[in-house]
Design a protein around this ligand. Structure first.
Ligand SMILES: [Zn+2]
Ligand SMILES: [Zn+2]
Length: 381
């Protein structure tokens, strides 16, 4: 789709939303107005932008997300302003939009896998970034910097941390801001679309792999095989791991084998060999039991998700004895992000990124909710 026709179509939709929101009827020559609004020159001069806001969190069928025109954000002194070129669609955006995560900011703009270009810098934003640089904005947005967790390098556990697309507006928009200290420099050799899912699915998957304590050359089990898992599997393979995938989808199993997994089987099936480590990506607590049972002595299971359905009772001997461990994963530190982005700079990672226009963000989230996205969906502005 050409970006121009997307702009025009989107502008029509915006006006309709604006009319509905104000209780008025949709009147007037929509196409003419839309063409005027949609022209990029006019956008630049009127300091407004298109964005999606969570108006009333709820199931996607209740249209919780509305498309609006709002003021372009102005960067605080320590922030940079980014013109969004791509924004990944993460399951956490769905949790924010549907209300599984409590709202932290009324009418928040979701999106925390932002790839864009620096177009303005606050006067205290430092010298790390310059106008025109390609940068990434991720989930972790600020931390206090002084608590005991921040002090010991565990800023992902900071009780005062704030998150992009939850506490502050994110990337389902044409522009977004971020504190310069929390923006990420991005490697060359990848498109904007390819980099977007790296900024959450990739980084969190990488931290999950670290939390799973996989020994060198060890056997890793991966439970669930969506956006994050298909990136993490490639990282593990590049590090010399033997990978076994447990997932219900036939297509996902074929993808796993194609990427180099040694085996792929059903979600609760026993892998052919005992595992040194496992990562649970599927948000399904029932799978904790078969995953723990599949671990070798001393093995570790890391649970990657921000949400997990209830875990059934464990049998000590079957699931935990012989020093098997189960651990959770909370967000990521900037060091994790740096390490991961450096890793993919040196090791080519393939990502499947079905693309949607920004105007279709609600459709992308609906597709994700219905499980019809294969790979990691990306919105393009
Ligand atoms: Zn802190
Ligand atoms: Zn995410």
């Amino acid at each position: 789709m050409s970006s121009h026709s997307a702009d025009v179509g989107g502008a029509v939709e915006e006006r309709r939303y604006a009319a509905v929101a104000s209780g008025g009827a949709v009147t007037g020559p929509l196409m003419e107005n839309a063409a005027a609004v949609g022209h990029s020159g006019d956008m630049a001069s009127d300091n407004s932008m298109t964005a999606w806001q969570v108006e009333r969190p709820g199931p996607m069928r209740t249209s919780p997300l509305v498309r609006v025109r709002i003021e372009r954000p102005v960067p605080a002194p320590d922030e940079i302003l980014v013109r969004v070129r791509a924004c990944g669609v993460c399951r956490t955006d769905l949790h924010v939009t549907e209300g599984d995560l409590p709202p932290h900011r009324p009418r928040v703009v979701p999106g925390h896998e932002v790839v864009g270009e620096v177009v303005a810098l606050g006067h205290e934003a430092g010298t790390e970034f310059s106008l025109g640089d390609r940068v990434g904005i991720a989930w972790l947005r600020t931390t206090c910097g002084v608590c005991k967790f921040c002090a010991r390098g565990a800023e992902n556990l900071c009780p005062d941390s704030r998150y992009t697309g939850w506490d502050e507006d994110g990337g389902y928009a044409e522009y977004a801001t971020v504190p310069a200290a929390f923006a990420h420099r991005l490697p060359d050799g990848y498109t904007d679309s390819e980099l977007a899912p790296m900024l959450c699915a990739g980084i969190i998957g990488y931290r999950s792999l670290v939390r799973a304590q996989l020994p060198p050359g060890g056997r890793l089990g991966i439970y669930g095989f969506g956006g994050s898992a298909h990136i993490t599997a490639q990282v593990a393979l590049a590090q010399g791991a033997e990978v076994h995938v447990m997932t219900r989808g036939e297509k996902a199993r074929l993808l796993a084998l194609g990427l180099g997994a040694t085996s792929a089987q059903g979600a609760t099936d026993r892998p052919p060999v005992p595992l040194d480590s496992a990562i649970l990506f599927a948000p399904v607590g029932d799978l904790v039991l078969p995953a723990l049972e599949a671990l070798d002595r001393g093995g570790t299971l890391a649970i990657a998700g921000i949400h997990l359905s209830d875990i059934p009772p464990l049998d000590y001997k079957r699931h935990l004895f012989q020093e098997r461990e189960v651990r959770s994963v909370s967000s990521n530190t900037r060091v994790d992000a740096k390490d991961f982005l450096a890793f993919i700079d040196g090791n080519r990672i393939e990502v499947t990124t079905p693309e949607y226009a920004l105007a279709d963000a609600d459709r992308a989230l609906t597709d994700l909710a219905e499980g019809s996205v294969s790979g990691a969906a990306v919105l393009l502005t």
